[in-house]
Design a protein around this ligand. Structure first.
Ligand code: ADP
Ligand code: MG
Length: 217
């Protein structure tokens, strides 16, 4: 495959004109390895994905772009839930997804500890399309009856190995009990320790395991 091959372009991944425009504005010229592998699997084959790739390889867009292509802006319900190990990552993921949306306006709630839960609840009551946050606060909001996950199309576990290291596996399993059976689940991790693979096996009926090659983007 040469660098100019059409498979090496965002156009060939079946993304909408609006998303392609947002990618141009963001200055993304071609998809990274994990994006090339992941986006068609999620978007067109509708399978669950376990994606293994180092930090800085563009995993956010690998799950963010299929989410953006699927979420219906006219439905003010949480259609995608993204779990991250830290508030910094939650904010980064929300920013990256916002910029990938281009002219499509989606509301994203960032939910993490150390910020007023009241403000987060107010935001959720106004209706959001995507929720990004840390497992502890998300579990808390579920327990209080403030987080309706019954309309989810996607659950993403981002940096799953870090969430394992931080002791979040139990919270994650509790949260997954509150999600509908019919959804896509995407799990991303730089490494695949046994407890993470076990989690994937327990909660994903069948999935594709994508290991990104170690190339520059
Ligand atoms: P990871 O989650 O794998 O650590 P990120 O999703 O945070 O990686 O992406 C790392 C950086 O690379 C970000 O600044 C992001 O905007 C940029 N990036 C992602 N995909 C591309 C691409 N296809 N072309 C250029 N830059 C990209
Ligand atoms: Mg990341």
């Amino acid at each position: 495959m040469t660098a100019s091959s059409p498979v090496d372009s965002f156009e060939s991944l079946g993304l909408s004109a609006q998303t392609l425009q947002a990618l141009r504005e963001k200055g993304f010229e071609k998809p990274t390895s994990i994006q090339k592998a992941c986006i068609p699997l999620v978007l067109h084959q509708h399978v669950d994905v376990v994606g293994q790739a180092q930090t800085g390889t563009g995993k956010t867009a690998a799950f963010g772009l299929p989410i953006i292509e699927t979420v219906k802006p006219e439905r003010r319900q949480i259609q995608a839930l993204i779990l991250t190990p830290t508030r910094e990552l939650a904010l980064q993921v929300a920013d990256e997804i916002t910029s990938l949306c281009g002219s499509m306006k989606l509301d994203i709630a960032t939910l993490y500890g150390g910020q007023s839960i009241g403000l987060q609840i107010q935001k959720l009551r106004r209706g959001v399309h995507i929720a990004v946050g840390t497992p502890g606060r998300i579990q808390d909001l579920i327990d209080r009856g403030n987080l309706d996950l019954s309309h989810l199309e996607y659950v993403v576990l981002d940096e799953a190995d870090e969430m394992l290291n931080m002791g979040f596996i139990e919270d994650i399993e509790n949260i997954l009990q509150h999600t509908p059976a019919e959804k896509r689940m995407l799990l991303f991790s730089a490494t695949m320790p046994r407890p993470i693979l076990n989690l994937a096996k327990r909660y994903m009926s069948t999935y594709e395991h994508v290991v990104a090659e170690q190339t520059q983007k």
